[in-house]
Design a protein around this ligand. Structure first.
Ligand SMILES: [Zn+2]
Length: 513
């Protein structure tokens, strides 16, 4: 299989930031063989090579969405004005969880995968949350991405602590009968969780573009034994760990009350704090937590859409970068981000960090966000040597954008225009692992209209039959979660960064008194 992308405007995204205003990319098999001004002679050595004319295309490396939960696929726009812990009880209710077939898991992942591909995503880190802990969820998700042609870096979310043990104050607030019912909810022990991971790894890892990585849901929801096993597997198999850490103030309070230390300190104590760790969100960090993660060269996923929607706060991106941490961009699940459109996440991340300080030199730029959506996201899954740029030897994950999309006229700075003025309609063609997965916005490997109708029917059944049961289950715990939320957010912690009032800029730098 050989492919020549001919005479495009190539943004290589390599370390030197090389741009070819007219150039070719030669793809042999699943790899980029060469990038140069004119590769037609080399291409002629490959009879039957497919030529994609790119004269009016911007040629970019594919984006990597570093944090997603495709299992929320039928819940876009279902919630508003809820903080994480209360929102979680609606999406993942302790009683009345949805009844899902293998095909439902497949269709939800397909929906999220399609939106992802259409917005230029070529690899997706998908943390699949499955309250039933069956192999079906990840198996169906991986099958959907394989059929679509999208790369999936997938975790089966793990936790073995009870609902009440993962939240502060709550165990003392719920009445005895409700406490008994919550504690009776079956959660597999850490051995079963590791067994499920091993089973999924044997079935899918390094097959059809899939990777199976480690995903303890959050430190406060996992036993020490489970986290120690995860740390050991990560070291032995050189696998990334993706874990939700300090998304909310309530989680910062949880760390103090449950472990008498911060959650990153706890992760360090159980052996998880290494360069293979990615903390999802990482908002309510102390200065010490930032030093800890930066010191080991760990990563965070930055998910501004979900953080804004759930009122969680703003991740201290500049401080983390200064400390040596790697930043990856994600959408987060579509029940909180409400979309898998990477352009939306790109835009939010490029805008959000203009608040918090008047010192504009500290703001986060669109070019930094480009790094988060490519190299940073690849690095958080330990794939930085394989994807993220258009360079010989890297995997051929390439997207072609319409150079004459309204948002690119005139062409000032393509990366800034992705952030601020263009939208996902600009993405015309997507090549993943050397294979054309979308051609002129038509998905090449699936029948999009047929799958749209099937997804629509399954999603409508979910809305009609499952959603009322889920809401009823959530309503049982809502009064106690409300009290818990008030108590936790009313507590004092030393974590958190962006104050509501910006401090005055330090004028002494310019000789002011
Ligand atoms: Zn998440």
């Amino acid at each position: 299989m050989a492919l020549l992308i001919r005479q495009g405007h190539i943004i290589t995204n390599d370390a030197a930031g090389m741009v070819l205003e007219r150039g070719d990319v030669l793809v042999i098999g699943d790899r980029i063989a060469a990038v140069g001004p004119d590769l037609s002679a080399r291409a002629a050595e490959h009879p039957g090579i497919e030529v994609i004319e790119a004269r009016d295309r911007l040629v970019f490396p594919g984006f990597i969405d570093a944090h997603m939960h495709s299992n929320e696929g039928f819940e876009m726009g279902r919630y508003d004005n809820l903080p994480l812990e209360i929102w979680l009880s609606e999406v993942y209710p302790p009683f009345g969880a949805a009844n899902l077939s293998w095909r439902d898991w497949y269709l939800r992942a397909m929906l999220v995968g399609i939106v992802s591909v259409r917005s230029g995503v070529t690899a997706l880190q998908d943390d699949v949350i499955n309250l039933a802990f069956t192999p079906d969820a990840v198996d169906a998700t991986a099958s959907a991405y394989r059929d679509l042609g999208l790369k999936g870096w997938i975790t089966a979310s793990m936790w073995d602590e009870s609902f009440l043990n993962g939240l502060p104050f709550l165990a003392d607030l719920v009445p005895a009968d409700l406490k008994a019912r919550l504690d009776a909810f079956p959660v597999p022990g850490h051995r079963d969780q590791i067994e499920l991971f091993q089973h999924l790894r044997a079935t899918w890892h390094d097959k059809d573009g899939m990777r199976i990585i480690l995903g303890p849901c959050g430190p406060q929801r996992c036993s020490t034994a489970l986290l120690e096993e995860v740390a050991g597997l990560s070291a032995d198999l050189d696998l990334p760990i993706h874990c939700h850490v300090l998304e909310t103030k309530t989680q910062a309070v949880t760390g103090q009350r449950k472990y008498n230390r911060t959650l990153p300190q706890f992760l360090a104590d159980v052996g998880c704090m290494t360069h293979r760790l990615t903390m999802n969100h990482a908002i309510w960090l102390t200065e010490g937590d930032i030093e800890l993660l930066g010191g080991v060269g760990g990563s965070i996923t930055h998910n501004p859409l979900a953080n804004l929607k759930l009122g969680s706060g703003v991740a201290p991106i500049r401080k983390l970068k200064n400390a040596g941490a790697n930043i990856a961009l994600g959408c987060d699940g579509v029940a909180s981000a409400d979309t898998a459109d990477m352009f939306s996440a790109f835009k939010a991340a490029s805008l959000l960090h203009k608040i918090g300080t008047h010192d504009y030199r500290e703001w986060v730029s669109a070019h930094e966000v480009m790094h988060m959506a490519t190299h940073g996201a690849a690095r958080s899954s330990l794939m930085q040597d394989k994807v993220g740029s258009i360079e010989a030897g890297k995997q051929a994950d390439i997207v072609l954008l319409d150079r004459y999309h309204w948002g690119f006229i005139p062409l000032h700075d393509p990366i800034q225009q992705i952030a601020f003025s263009a939208d996902q309609e600009a993405v015309r063609t997507s090549i993943i692992g050397g294979r054309v997965v979308m051609r002129e916005r038509k998905l090449a490997l699936i029948d999009e209209e047929a799958i749209r109708m099937e997804i629509s029917e399954a999603a409508e059944r979910f809305r009609r039959e499952d959603c009322p049961r889920m809401s009823a289950g959530a309503a049982e715990v809502r009064p106690y979660l409300d009290q818990m939320h008030t108590m936790a957010t009313g507590s004092t912690v030393e974590a958190g960064h962006i104050p509501l009032r910006m401090p005055p800029v330090d004028g002494r730098r310019f000789g002011a008194e």
